[in-house]
Ligand binder design. Structure first.
Ligand code: ATP
Length: 240
């Protein structure tokens, strides 16, 4: 039986008086890839920010590995084993590629292991190895996404939160990034919670999916089932 790694119960998050997340409950099983689909402004990024401690929920509870993490600060959430790949990657453009990856290990003290892992990421993404000493701002969008993933993995997370990894990427690069996401899940056993507007790729990669509209979960189920759902087909897959 798989256990639940992360759960949200009745979470509400506000920007001032605007309620962006309206009583969201969801469960992420250990070892799974779970996706939250929804259009622009549905509240997807806000859910991830609430989990990773960038924002505090006004109501509800967040439980990770059977412990409450509701309202913990970002660094404490990272220490518990959750790493966030933010929307737009947020790499440090004037730092080198290697320095960017190293930033992901800022809470670690095992320097030799960190260096071995960086070398391993350069094998996984050879283009990052070739450009290790160049400013990260010179990388293409797809390469920056690879860098953001490698940086997030340096904290050895049990749960990786990914915000729109395909944003701004060509269809070919989008395919590559989703292949990488599946590969990380299989190779490291990392549980992944992914928010996406690209419903087709996200459903093809994920095991389980939630659909968010105006801050509320309106549908949930195994990804393969949602792919066959008439509303999902019409509104998210463009197959009316
Ligand atoms: P996107 O794909 O555009 O990032 P999203 O589903 O991730 O969409 P959120 O960014 O979580 O949506 O936004 C949810 C709601 O909160 C939207 O109505 C948005 O306008 C509002 N919102 C987001 N950030 C702020 C902010 N800093 N101040 C006020 N309102 C905000």
């Amino acid at each position: 039986m798989t256990s639940t790694l992360l759960s949200l119960s009745n979470v509400e998050t506000f920007y001032g008086r605007i309620m962006a997340v309206r009583g969201v409950s969801l469960a992420v099983p250990e070892g799974a890839i779970v996706t939250i689909l929804g259009s622009n402004g549905a509240g997807k990024s806000t859910i991830l920010k609430t989990i990773s401690g960038i924002m505090a929920p006004r109501k509800g509870t967040i439980t990770f590995q059977d412990q409450p993490i509701t309202g913990l600060e970002g660094a404490d959430v990272v220490r518990r084993g959750i790493s966030h790949v933010p929307e737009g990657r947020e790499i440090f453009p004037f730092m080198t590629v290697q320095e960017n990856i190293l930033m992901g290990a800022y809470l670690r003290h095992d320097r030799d292991a960190v260096e071995r892992e960086i070398a391993a990421w350069f094998e996984t993404f050879p283009i990052l190895g070739e450009r290790a000493r160049q400013p990260a701002g010179l990388l293409s969008g797809g390469q920056q996404q690879m860098l953001a993933i490698a940086r997030a993995m340096m904290s050895k997370p049990s749960l990786l939160l990914m915000d729109e990894p395909s944003l701004g990427l060509s269809p070919l690069l989008t395919k590559q990034i989703f292949a990488i996401i599946g590969d990380i899940n299989r190779r490291f056993g990392t549980t992944i919670l992914l928010v996406e507007q690209n419903a087709r790729q996200a459903l093809a990669t994920a095991h389980f999916a939630y659909v968010l509209e105006l801050g509320r979960i309106v549908l949930e189920g195994p990804a393969a089932e949602l792919m066959e759902n008439a509303d999902v087909k019409e509104f998210y897959l463009g197959l009316a």
